[in-house]
Design a protein around this ligand. Structure first.
Ligand code: NI
Ligand code: MN
Length: 221
């Protein structure tokens, strides 16, 4: 399983025929290493409907006939815009061709009336990957760590819109992933954070390995 960081909160997970794009914001993000048209996913997962997470989702879905997996209210919106969608909701799980998806809580805006922000725990290639979405720290991360044996976690560390770096260190303590990658920092002036400080503090307090990726870099599990 290969995970490629596409900047901010965008990720591409690949295993065999499965190409899962999470939270695509590419053409409007100067830090993104690729353009939306360069990507050919067969699934797109969207945690919530803020532009820095879904700006390119419908266009990429339509161009590739990719299935958008997201919360129900957003699935309805994207379907009206011409995408194929699969609506889920917090606490739900579903077995897709590539593996299971669990929708996790996230404390944040949804970007659509009546909706909820979410995160995902994705099973792919025998590994479990947690994308927290945009969220505060919450105590049930401990529960997520008990429900799932997380191999790789993507956590926001930039503060202002999400948990700040220090809270993200506590999140790692609760989730107990084998490996963590920080995201959602240094894209905007109000979300400055030092990923090397995150690495030091996590590695001081946990056995979790921290990988700091630049946009365009990958890791293999
Ligand atoms: Ni957001
Ligand atoms: Mn965001």
């Amino acid at each position: 399983m290969k995970a490629t960081f596409l900047g901010h909160a965008s990720w591409l997970l690949e295993e065999g025929e499965a190409r899962l794009l999470i939270d695509p914001w590419l053409d409007g993000n100067p830090q993104a290493p690729v353009k939306a048209a360069d990507l050919h996913p067969n699934y797109i997962l969207v945690t919530h409907g803020h532009g820095d997470h879904d700006a390119d989702a419908v266009a990429i879905a339509r161009a590739n006939d990719a299935l958008i997996i997201t919360t129900n209210e957003l699935a309805n919106k994207y379907a009206e815009e011409g995408a194929r969608t699969h609506g889920m909701h917090i606490g739900g799980t579903f077995d897709f061709d590539f593996g299971p998806v669990r929708v996790t809580p996230a404390f944040h805006g949804s970007g659509v009336a009546g909706g909820h922000a979410a995160g995902f725990i994705v099973g792919l290639g025998g590994k479990k990957v947690y994308h927290a979405g945009d969220t505060s720290l919450f105590g049930d991360m401990e529960l997520l760590g008990r429900l799932e044996s997380i191999d790789l976690a993507f956590l926001p560390i930039g503060g202002n819109f999400t948990m700040p770096l220090g809270d993200a260190v506590l999140a790692v303590e609760m989730l107990r992933p084998k490996q963590v990658v920080p995201m959602h920092y240094n894209t905007f002036p109000v979300i400055q954070a030092d990923p090397e400080e995150f690495r030091r503090r996590v590695e001081q307090r946990t056995d979790t390995r921290v990988s700091v990726l630049k946009p365009g870099e990958s890791l293999e599990l």
